[in-house]
Design a protein around this ligand. Structure first.
Ligand code: FE
Length: 134
């Protein structure tokens, strides 16, 4: 993995990401609920960061949250994501970003399935790139 991904310029991201990806991943926007391409994806495989390719989530941890965004109980590896307090928009939330490139991915909430520890990683589809299992 390229160690320099966090040093990339705003111009670089504007040129390489789609406008929707740029809005979410670099400006911490949120895609409208139930519009993302992976909300109802039930195929087996791996979800990577759409900006840098880092492996982020596995289909085995995806569950139906009915929130309108792809939801996972865990990341593939805790070292692959960064969690940070986020008090924007008058809410106390925990932001989830890609540890490799710094892209905003979504938020993690504590209302997930109890049997897997209670976490719900609520992730924007546009930040993910799905690789089906072969
Ligand atoms: Fe990334």
């Amino acid at each position: 993995m390229n160690e320099d991904m966090k040093q990339k310029s705003d111009e670089y991201w504007k040129a390489t990401l789609t406008p929707e990806q740029y809005n979410v991943m670099r400006q911490k926007g949120t895609e409208p609920a139930f519009t993302g391409k992976y909300v109802d994806n039930h195929a087996d495989g791996i979800y990577r960061c759409a900006a840098c390719g880092q492996e982020l989530f596995a289909s085995t941890t995806k569950f139906e949250s009915h929130s309108g965004w792809p939801s996972f109980t865990d990341p593939i590896n805790r070292q692959h994501v960064e969690l940070q307090d986020d008090s924007s928009l008058g809410m106390q939330r925990t932001e989830v970003s890609c540890a490799n490139c710094g892209a905003h991915l979504g938020h993690v909430f504590d209302d997930g399935p109890v049997d897997t520890g209670g976490e719900r990683f609520c992730i924007n589809s546009v930040t993910l790139d799905f690789s089906p299992e072969k």
